[in-house]
Design a protein around this ligand. Structure first.
Ligand SMILES: [Fe+2]
Length: 191
């Protein structure tokens, strides 16, 4: 089949990658500095460097003609009262979008622009969130029991800028207050 394809990648390589790929994992330790409650983070680390999330990247070439895609699964849990979440990022090519489709669980997408607009979109199975270009995005699991699993796709050349969020954080956080997911200002925001 590949000899019929004009693309830069072998068709069978891309479509078969899902069977071969190992998940990339992020444990609590790799999220040091991301949760607002540093004491709760230290207490959690003393117990266990728990798995927070994992994702499968299908290894599509990072060129503008390709669509990078994969799945991500965020475990249920909290550090203090803040729900488990991904690090979150801007795209290096800022004006590139991304689509997320919820496969299972209950969570949401925290988004913000460099200028300070903020959007939170709650997601359950079958919900889609379109993250427009320029918006940083972080996935958050607000279920107490279930993993939050999503399919994602974005332009191959988008790239990932993790540094801006690592330095500044997001303006808003999702925490449990009175037993409910609640969006609050990030007391450690460093913009
Ligand atoms: Fe992204």
């Amino acid at each position: 089949m590949s000899d019929m394809s004009p693309t830069t990648i072998d068709f069978d390589t891309v479509t078969g990658a899902s069977e071969a790929a190992d998940p990339l994992t992020r444990t609590l330790k790799s999220l040091d500095g991301y949760f607002y409650d540093a004491d709760a983070f230290s207490a959690a680390m003393a117990e266990d460097d728990a798995l927070i999330y994992e994702y499968f990247d299908m290894g599509v070439p990072e060129t503008s003609g390709n669509v990078a895609y994969g799945t991500t699964s965020i475990k249920p849990g909290k550090v203090g009262d803040e729900y488990f979440m991904t690090k979150g990022h801007f795209h290096t090519v800022l004006d590139t979008a991304e689509v997320y489709y919820c496969l299972s669980g209950h969570g949401g997408m925290m988004m913000e622009t460099p200028e300070g607009k903020v959007e939170w979109r709650e997601m359950k199975k079958g919900d889609v969130v379109y993250v427009p270009g320029r918006w940083a995005h972080r996935s958050i699991n607000i279920s107490a029991t279930e993993p939050f699993v999503m399919f994602f796709a974005f332009p191959g050349h988008a790239g990932h800028d993790y540094g801006t969020i690592a330095t500044k954080g997001f303006r808003k956080l999702m925490v449990e207050r009175d037993g409910k997911p609640t969006m609050v200002d990030n007391p450690r925001w460093n913009g």
